[in-house]
Design a protein around this ligand. Structure first.
Ligand code: HT7
Ligand code: ZN
Length: 854
């Protein structure tokens, strides 16, 4: 199997300027006629090589002449046409079988509706093509299908004609005036309900907004529509970017490999990121909908108008667009809480990726299967890199850079260097050193010491940076790190922005008293910080720092200290008791919550297993699980009265998705969580479950009961299943809760879940709901000592590989990091991976499994 390398990039020898596609839809035999206007870059004739996979080629014509089969060559992945003139019209006739397409790439069926997914390399499963992002063509799409069964026939751009044919079929034509790469092509055909709205752009143009959803779900799309309107306004106000077509359509489908897809003018969404109402969706679901609707909309400029030259540049559009959606969410709600969530993602999933066999820079250098590189590194670390530019240049400087980027590159396919150059040139600042972030993988460690000289009234920070070797790259160089610092002294906080450029550097500050340094405030760089804080200093930061992220982070560090102490106590057979100072801090927070109740809730939450685990080179699974459970039990028991009083002070009100209410529910849920660990709270739990008017509060009860392994769990879960049995999207929550029950019966439960009438191996949402939850939210059982959890997941991965390689390849991730565990687990993990490698694997799975064993 041949990996592709960034260093091998060559501009295409031929390009396609215009594409005309005509689809006659049929579940098993869709007919496609594809007509391309071809042009050679050199002006000379040559061999044209088109990408194609799993296609039935019926005929090929060149400039109107049918070609004999010996004039071209068809392989498993290419159509090779020698002697192609410098300018030509090529026509292909192809037959497709959407019904057999379980990989959900190319043209497939979702509950009877046709839809497409072309990013990254899915268009080649629709037609032979130059399926690479630097070939930009104008697309015209004709769709012919039965008018009764498929009243909605959609594609990119604007609808230019719609004709009912005598045989009862309809023929529609869509023209997209913006040249685009094939990965942005989309087609949808089905019988949907449509929620309509509109948006008037800053320059006064009216844009039709249309949301296509399963029948009966129109009301559940209202929030998504309003989110889109907010996103459109925000992008005009923040970046001066207006929408450019007359119509923006969103289609919600149940069968989908990822969250959503930004096809030009016709987004396709996983229905879970469109449909919501208070009965069926949680506050987090509403938040995610707004953020993902924003993300896909923002791609219209960062991704579609300016696209990627090649797939190694994926972070050009994804890192930047995640940064933009994070800024949008921060402006729509709490900036601090949004930032905390982003930090959690980096510290858990991204640092873990850096430490594992799939480590790669935000611009990968070598790829076997592109679908494997839609990663937390490319997306979220990519967004951190953009954020550092924003920190270094300031909001205005960043905006100047964005303006220049669009001025230079609108309508082009470009590289990450082009983006950094625009930032550099617009601000007159050399960003050569900064660019290293694009080439270097791994998590930098930032070690800091401090010195105070009372006589000189000088405080010094001595900083060292070091990036450990990663699986893909042995040698590392120093990076440009923006380090936000606050110095706390005499009740005041002084802010600084330091720029670290060397391996070692010293920074001096004139102060009269020894300050407590708040280091890496706002998590200003994606690094691991090491500084010896005392408990008292951390508590002071938690109380007095200006930056909310730093306050939260101080509590995280306090918990890390507790975890280490608990592990030490455990090794000498003792049970560790949390210190009085920590109870006192929590008691005060409960008696007098901060103005921001959501932030208070966040501070009162014991870090999750994966946050704590990431601090260890070798993860002591069972000790961590036991320690975290014991911490929650101790807090629950010691402060039982305070949890109860705080809970009672937060009376439920008629549900609205609105900031203050969301915050209040978050704090109530935290109180309820601890109360589930206290005896005698059955009535309270039952009461909240039965009386609440919304999914957030109901799910809080189920989650609390699950975490505390409370006897009520089974009873309430059964009620939930009965209530939501017909609504698969909601039932996914039940699947996840069932799979994350932290006790051994869960292995039987997993079997029962996959036999449930609503479970389907073909539907990624169902598979992820069960098995994603099992490995992400059930560390005790996933890592169970007999290796059963690993074997269970390995079996599922192999089964899925034959159905949907993208899903299989995402599911395998937790099995890859065998080096992070103690020897018995290492052996078990290695054994399942080695067994996998003896099978005939997809490229997706092969790339990951083989790397993990090499
Ligand atoms: N740009 C999209 C990435 C994507 C994708 C989406 C759905 C299914 C398969 C996919 N492969 C890649 C989504 C985004 O980042 O906005
Ligand atoms: Zn994206």
């Amino acid at each position: 199997r041949q990996a592709k390398k960034l260093s091998d990039y060559k501009a295409p020898e031929f390009t396609i300027t215009d594409v005309e596609l005509s689809f006659e839809l049929n579940p098993q035999a869709t007919k496609l006629t594809a007509v391309y206007q071809l042009k050679s870059a050199s002006g000379k004739a040559g061999t044209l090589i088109l990408d194609g996979q799993e296609l039935k080629l019926l005929s090929v014509s060149l400039d109107g002449q049918l070609l004999n089969a010996d004039c071209y060559q068809v392989t498993a992945e290419q159509l090779i046409l020698p002697g192609m003139p410098a300018k030509a019209q090529l026509e292909l006739n192809i037959e497709l079988n959407p019904q057999a397409n379980t990989a959900l790439e190319g043209l497939y069926l979702s509950n009877g509706a046709y839809c497409t997914q072309c990013e990254a390399e899915g268009f080649r499963r629709i037609s032979y093509y130059l399926d690479r992002p630097d070939v930009l063509a104008r697309f015209t799409t004709h769709i012919i299908a039965d008018d009764t069964a498929y009243p909605a026939l959609l594609s990119n751009g604007n609808l230019v004609s719609s004709t009912l044919l005598p045989d009862g079929r309809r023929h529609v034509t869509w023209v997209d005036p913006f040249p685009k790469p094939s990965y942005l092509f989309a087609l949808v055909a089905g019988d949907f309900d449509c929620l309509k709205g509109s948006y008037t752009t800053g320059s006064g143009r009216e844009v039709a907004l249309e949301f296509y959803v399963d029948k009966g779900n129109k009301n559940r799309a209202q929030f998504a529509l309003e989110s889109l309107q907010r996103a459109m306004l925000w992008d005009e106000q923040r970046f001066g970017l207006e929408y450019d077509l007359d119509i923006y359509m969103v289609v919600a489908v149940d069968f989908f490999n990822m969250g959503a897809m930004e096809n030009k003018g016709l987004n396709v969404f996983n229905s879970k990121y469109v449909l919501a109402d208070q009965q069926s969706a949680t506050d987090t679901d509403f938040f995610n909908i707004e953020s993902i609707i924003g993300h896909e909309y923002f791609h219209n400029w960062t991704g579609n108008r300016v696209t990627c030259r090649d797939w190694f540049q994926l972070s050009l559009k994804e890192g930047l667009t995640v940064f933009r959606d994070q800024q949008f969410s921060a402006d729509m709600g709490s900036a601090t809480l949004n930032r905390i969530d982003a930090v959690k993602t980096i510290r858990t999933a991204q640092f873990a990726e850096d430490a594992g066999p799939m480590a790669h820079p935000i611009r990968p250098q070598q790829v076997l299967e592109m679908n494997n590189f839609y990663t937390v590194t490319v997306y979220d670390k990519g967004a951190e890199v953009i954020r550092m530019l924003h920190t270094l240049l300031g909001q205005d400087g960043f905006r100047k850079g964005m303006d220049l980027y669009f001025k230079r590159h609108d309508g082009q396919a470009v590289t990450c260097d082009d983006f950094v150059n625009a930032m550099q040139d617009a601000n007159g600042r050399d960003l050569t050193l900064f660019s290293r972030w694009y080439q270097q993988s791994g998590t930098p460690e930032l070690k800091v010491h401090s010195q105070f000289d009372a006589k000189k009234r000088e405080f010094k920070l001595l900083m060292q940076q070091h990036t450990p070797a990663t699986a893909d790259q042995a040698d590392k160089e120093p990076l440009l790190l923006p380090v936000r610092v606050e110095l706390l002294a005499e009740g005041a906080s002084l802010p600084y922005l330091l720029e670290m450029t060397e391996t070692q550097q010293e920074f001096s500050f004139a102060v009269s008293q020894k300050p407590v340094p708040v280091l890496l405030a706002d998590f200003s760089a994606p690094v691991k910080l090491q500084y010896q804080y005392s408990m008292d200093e951390l508590l002071q930061i938690a109380r007095d720092a200006k930056d909310g992220v730093a306050r939260w982070d101080a509590i995280q560090q306090l918990w890390q200290i507790q975890v280490k102490a608990a592990i030490e106590a455990n090794s000498s057979g003792a049970e560790y008791q949390l210190p009085a100072a920590l109870f006192e801090f929590y008691r005060q927070l409960l008696v007098k919550p901060l103005d921001d109740l959501a932030f208070t809730a966040e501070l009162l939450t014991v870090p999750a297993y994966d946050m704590v685990a990431e601090q260890f080179d070798e993860i002591p699974v069972q000790t961590l699980v036991v320690a975290l459970q014991s911490f929650q039990q101790q807090l629950a028991t010691q402060l039982a009265e305070q949890w109860q009083l705080c809970y009672q002070s937060l009376q439920a009100e008629a549900y609205q998705y609105q900031q203050q209410q969301v915050a209040k529910r978050a704090l109530r849920s935290v109180c309820l969580h601890y109360l589930a660990f206290v005896a005698g709270k059955d009535e309270l739990l039952r009461q909240q479950y039965n009386s609440s008017d919304n999914m957030t509060d109901q799910l809080a009860v189920l989650r609390a009961c699950r975490s505390a392994s409370h006897p009520l769990f089974a009873e309430l879960m059964s009620a939930f299943e009965q209530r939501w049995n017909k609504d698969v999207l909601v039932l996914d929550k039940w699947f996840s809760l069932s799979a994350s029950y932290p006790q051994p019966p869960v292995f039987n439960t997993l079997e029962q879940l996959t036999a449930h009438p609503q479970f389907s191996w073909q539907n990624p949402n169902r598979v992820r709901a069960v098995f994603g939850a099992f490995y992400q939210q059930n560390p005790a059982m996933f890592h169970s000592e007999d290796g059963k959890g690993y074997q269970q997941l390995a079996d599922v991965v192999l089964k899925m590989d034959a159905i949907n390689p993208q899903v299989a390849s995402r599911l395998v991730t937790p099995l890859l990091s065998w080096k992070r565990y103690q020897s018995a687990r290492q052996q078990q993990l290695k054994a399942v991976l080695q067994a996998m490698l003896t099978r005939d694997l997809s490229n997706d799975l092969y790339e990951k499994v083989s790397k993990s064993l090499s």
